[in-house]
Structure formats: C-alpha cells, structure tokens
Design a protein around this ligand. Structure first.
Ligand code: SF4
Ligand code: SF4
Length: 149
C-alpha cells in the first residue's frame, strides 16, 4: 500500500503545477485579456528580458523607418502586417519617422506598403535622414527602374 509521496514526486508535482500556473496565467488570463491592447505578443511586449535589452539598444540606435507622408493613402496595410503590433500607419500618415523599440526590422511593413511610403534609413546627428541606397520594397524598385530609364 502506498504511503505519502516521496520528495521527488512532490517536487515533480510542484513543477507541473507551476508550469500550469505559468501557462494559464501568461497564455490564458493575461494573454487573452491583453490581446486587444497588445495583439498576440504580450510576453514580448511586457515581460521578455530580451525585449528589455532591445529597448536599451533602441535608445542609442540611429535606425528609423521614414515615411513619405504625401504618398500615404491610410490603407492600414503596414499596421496589419506588423507582428509586433506597432501602429506603423500612425507614424506614416503623419510623416513621422518610426522608432518604436519593439520593431525588429523585419521589413514586412516596408515591403507591403502599396505606394512605397516607407523606407529604411538612419537619422543623422543634424536631424536629417540618410536613406538606404537599396530600394526596400517592390514599389520602390519599380520607381527606381522608371527613374533610371
Ligand atoms: S501601407 Fe503605406 S499607404 Fe498604407 S497606411 Fe501604411 S504607409 Fe500608408
Ligand atoms: S519592420 Fe517589421 S517589426 Fe518593424 S514596424 Fe515594420 S513590420 Fe513591424
């Protein structure tokens, strides 16, 4: 007949219940509860230590995504493709450079913009943008080809 649980069984039981607790708390209650504010990246935006490190790097980074405001048709494609949940359109249709520390520079927004509004570049110390030489989206590639003819 079984008596009380051994130390190992108790530790395994505690570990399993801890895993359940973390899964239910982060994946369930907080994850679902915060979805509408933070989209699907609650851990990355709120609790990830790597994301915290990226915030520090971003403070010193000159990297920006620049927007040519007059080309923006406010279609929201850039915001909808950003898996980091960044409201790219809010920067683009005001002509502001995008410097959200959550940005992982995946280029999805730049590539998907149907009118070639967005470009990668660096913000120089004088406050002027320095655009990357290579066109970053199919629309910009077509524009560059047209201009070269
Ligand atoms: S995808 Fe391009 S045109 Fe559409 S809102 Fe974003 S920046 Fe503007
Ligand atoms: S480069 Fe990627 S992560 Fe950064 S804003 Fe655009 S879609 Fe989002």
């Amino acid at each position: 007949m079984l008596e009380g649980k051994s130390g190992g069984e108790k530790a395994a039981g505690w570990f399993l219940s801890y895993k359940w607790f973390v899964d239910v708390l982060f994946g369930g209650i907080i994850g679902v509860g915060c979805y509408f504010k933070y989209s699907g990246r609650v851990w990355g935006r709120v609790a990830c230590p790597l994301a915290a490190l990226m915030h520090i790097y971003a403070r010193f980074s000159q990297f920006r995504i620049f927007a040519d405001k007059k080309k923006c048709i406010s279609c929201n494609v850039c915001t909808s493709v950003c898996h980091q949940g960044i409201d790219v359109m809010a920067f683009a249709n005001r002509g502001l450079s995008m410097e959200d520390p959550q940005c992982v520079r995946c280029s999805a927004c730049v590539q998907s913009c149907p009118t070639g509004v967005l470009s990668f570049g660096r913000l120089l110390k004088e406050g002027k943008p320095l655009f990357d030489d290579l066109p970053a989206s199919p629309v910009q590639m077509q524009e560059a080809l047209k201009n070269a003819r």
